[in-house]
Design a binder for this molecule. Structure first.
Ligand code: ATP
Length: 300
């Protein structure tokens, strides 16, 4: 089995349920609180490990109770955490999430220690890139660190996967070192600077990135499934119909499904079918890491 390295964010999600969102200056009573491990990097690492992959993570947490708990949690999920540093004098990444009765949410993310995942820190951990086969990144660490990690990974001949979330425009120096890009429609629009409102627009926008050097793109379309595109091909996959209760981490578990199947030497179409099943389980449960399924929960 190939080894996967995730370089990315580690957060604690603090989730409050409310009847309606507080207005400026207003205090409302919460209807329940949960503290759930999150961060796109950690979510994807945990999801891959629960699907049976061999996963190492590079990242940072603060020297506080959340940080120590999050690192321990990743260890308990069988992730190699020797590349996760506890940074003094800075808080762990925190997402403060408020969800109202109509399932609308508002989120404040304090990147905290995730922003100390610098180019230098990646250089200090270069042996972890050397010993990996697949390197997976997102955009919740500094962009120059993502660019640097992709450059090193490609130079060392690794297969690179980028989930360009949260959405933001990307420079060509990042794009040219990505083997597989996995954006949702909004992210695709921002990166390509083109509209991606329907399948034909998604195809045009994705083609423009393929011309810039990305080998393959999977655009996730929520309950409408996904599209897999590359030089001269485009294939649509439907989502599985389920009673969705919370789509948090749907994208993270989808990417984990794809990466873990590729690590097992499977073809991309099989990997996408597997990832679609994994994500369909995730959306039937609440929270980020709390919703990520184990391999024995997926009907193969
Ligand atoms: P998030 O940021 O919430 O993690 P995302 O925007 O990155 O999500 P989506 O496109 O919403 O990712 O979803 C990823 C995959 O999850 C989809 O391609 C689909 O297979 C599955 N999925 C998402 N929503 C649903 C749903 N309501 N029912 C079934 N499957 C879903």
């Amino acid at each position: 089995m190939s080894k996967i390295l995730v370089i990315g964010s580690i957060n604690m999600d603090l989730v409050s349920k409310v009847e309606s969102m507080p207005q400026v200056g207003e205090t409302v009573l919460g209807k329940g609180f949960a503290q759930i491990p999150g961060g796109k990097g950690a979510n994807q690492a945990v999801a891959m490990s629960r699907l049976g992959a061999d996963v190492t993570m590079i990242g940072k947490v603060g020297d506080d109770a959340f940080g120590r708990e999050l690192k321990k949690g990743l260890e308990n999920d069988n992730i190699d955490t020797t590349g996760i540093h506890i940074e003094n004098g800075i808080s762990t990444g925190i997402a403060i999430i408020t969800v109202d009765e109509s399932a609308n949410n508002s989120i404040i993310v304090n990147l905290g220690a995730n922003f100390s995942v610098t180019k230098e820190f990646i250089d200090e951990n270069i042996e972890k890139i050397e010993s990996a086969d697949i390197v997976v990144l997102q955009l919740e660490i500094p962009e120059e660190s993502v660019r640097h990690a992709l450059e090193i990974s490609k130079r060392l001949g690794k297969y690179t996967i980028l989930n360009p979330a949260p959405a933001r425009p990307l420079g060509d120096e990042i794009i040219k070192n990505v083997d597989l890009l996995v954006p949702n429609e909004t992210e695709l629009e921002l990166i390509s600077k083109m509209s991606a409102k329907d399948e034909s627009e998604v195809k045009l926008a994705a083609d423009s990135l393929i011309q810039k050097g990305i080998k393959e793109i999977i655009v996730t379309l929520g309950e409408n499934g996904c599209m897999h595109l590359g030089e001269g091909f485009c294939r649509k996959y439907d989502a599985i119909k389920v009673e969705a209760v919370d789509t948090t981490a749907a994208g993270d578990s989808f990417i984990a499904g794809v990466a873990s199947y590729i690590a097992n030497g499977k073809a991309m179409d099989e990997a996408i079918e597997f990832a679609t099943k994994v994500a369909s389980v995730t959306v039937t449960r609440e929270g980020a890491q709390s919703s990520l399924p184990h391999i024995n929960e997926i009907e193969l």
